[in-house]
Ligand binder design. Structure first.
Ligand code: ATP
Ligand code: MG
Length: 433
């Protein structure tokens, strides 16, 4: 033993997981994969293409895009200096990175983009059910489109996901935040209103009153609810073009049969939104009810130094999506072994290994689990049962000598049969289809 290993901590102290960061175990990850695949297929069918983005960006990207006076930037970012002293941040959301990637790679020059991405996001929040510090989002963004048609398409696309997956306990709320100029008038009205009730505001809201009064509307403090309810609403300050855009969106949703309610207090927690904002909410998951949220951010690319590029998108929280799917009775198709290959006696394991590989060559998509670690007939059958396999294949010394193999149905009382080894693949193909 070296000195170094002697000074290491005793092995009895177990490593801990970081608070708010979860392991997604196999019985859960099958559901995740099933749902993620379904969503990917749907968005690809609308012409969205995948982009994969880094988890780290320069901190400035998020402070400039999300806004200095927002929950995310004020208190939720994982920010650190790298070895070179540069301030980097683990992405709290994907839109800013998507815009940055578009600019870095020249994707906005006379081009439109419809992109999707997925992966972990990081926010230093108070962990609770449906709210974690590492959580996953599925994110879609359309860049270069300015009409309400793309806003409608993005929403219709999400409605299709719920429908395809049998998710019913979900409602759509929409609002319009207008243009920056219209919002400036609205901001003034909000400052006037909230100043009048300043003695009833919480600490956060008082601070935001001067810097970013719209954020008060997004307050999560229940004591602020009544004051927020009585505040002036953005829709009364909407400029004519934005009002027209909003009417266009509503009429396309009506035509598509997508039900919505207009929530004039929906502002979203990020500064970059303009015009359309929307949120799919559920009351089936307790207080973490926002499942999929999005909106238009026509000014963001320009604000970050690019050319004016209208854009709109949404992000869905995968943990909440999975929980809602289950709350609506959704099930995941079993992903167990279809075939369990047991090998008994001298010399059979080598042949069984080769046989398993041959079957994997010929029966793509069928799971073939090889018995590992030997064991008696009884213990191998026990494992076969636990694997969920439809059939156990039994290769004993006698079978091997005769060039045959036993097929034992595991899910019913049917008799075990025997087939010639060179007919095995064809037989299984028939029986498993
Ligand atoms: P909330 O109001 O619940 O804090 P948000 O407005 O901060 O949500 P967005 O930034 O719009 O959320 O992110 C889009 C989606 O990501 C949300 O609708 C939600 O499903 C999910 N989400 C956001 N924060 C978390 C988190 N900490 N843990 C799990 N999911 C999250
Ligand atoms: Mg939040």
């Amino acid at each position: 033993m070296t000195d170094k290993s002697k000074s290491a901590k005793p092995a009895s102290i177990k490593p801990r997981a970081v608070r708010g960061m979860n392991d997604i175990l196999p019985e859960v990850s099958t559901t995740w994969r099933y749902l993620e695949t379904a969503v990917q297929e749907i968005v690809e069918s609308y012409g969205y293409a995948e982009i994969r983005l880094p988890l780290l960006e320069h901190t400035e990207l998020f402070t400039r895009s999300i806004g200095e006076v927002t929950d995310i930037v004020e208190k939720e970012m994982y920010t650190f200096a790298d070895r070179n002293g540069e301030s980097l941040t683990l992405r709290p959301e994907a839109t800013a990175s998507m815009v940055r990637a578009g600019m870095t790679n020249g994707l906005f020059h006379n081009q439109k983009q419809k992109l999707w991405t997925t992966g972990p996001m990081f926010r230093y929040e108070k962990p609770q059910k449906g709210r974690y510090r590492q959580f996953y989002q599925f994110d879609v963004e359309a860049m270069g489109y300015d009409g309400p048609d793309v806003d409608a398409e993005l929403i219709i696309m999400s409605a299709r996901m719920w429908q395809r997956l049998g998710i019913s306990k979900i409602n759509l709320q929409i609002n319009s935040l207008g243009t920056p100029a219209a919002r400036a008038d609205y901001r003034a009205a909000l400052v006037e209103y909230f100043s009048g009730v300043k003695n009833q505001l919480d600490e956060d809201s008082i601070r935001r009153l001067e810097q970013n009064p719209l954020r008060i509307l997004d307050s999560k403090n229940p004591e602020m609810r009544e004051i927020v309810e009585a505040a002036p609403v953005m829709l009364d300050y909407l400029d004519e073009d934005s009002a027209e855009h909003f009417r266009g969106l509503k009429s396309l949703l009506d035509a598509a049969g997508v039900a919505y309610s207009v929530n004039p207090r929906l502002v979203r927690g990020l500064d970059y939104y303009s015009r359309t904002v929307f949120e799919w909410v559920t009351d089936a998951l307790g207080s973490q009810g926002a499942v999929c949220s999005g909106g238009r951010y026509d000014g963001l690319v320009e604000k970050l130094g690019g050319r004016t590029t209208p854009a709109v998108g949404w992000a869905m929280g995968i943990e909440r999506f999975v929980a809602l799917y289950e709350a609506c009775g959704g099930e995941t198709p079993a992903a167990n072994a279809d075939v369990y290959l047991a090998a008994l006696g001298e010399g059979t394991v080598r042949r069984a290994f080769a046989l398993a590989e041959e079957l994997r060559d010929e029966l793509a998509g069928i799971r073939i689990e090889m018995n590992l670690g030997g064991g008696s007939f009884k213990s191998q059958m026990k494992r076969a049962d636990k694997s969920g396999a439809e059939f156990a294949l039994i290769l004993g010394e006698q079978e091997l000598a005769e060039g045959r193999i036993g097929i034992k149905p595991m899910r019913n009382a049917d008799e075990q049969t025997t087939v010639a080894l060179d007919e095995l693949a064809a037989t299984l193909k028939r029986q498993l289809s």
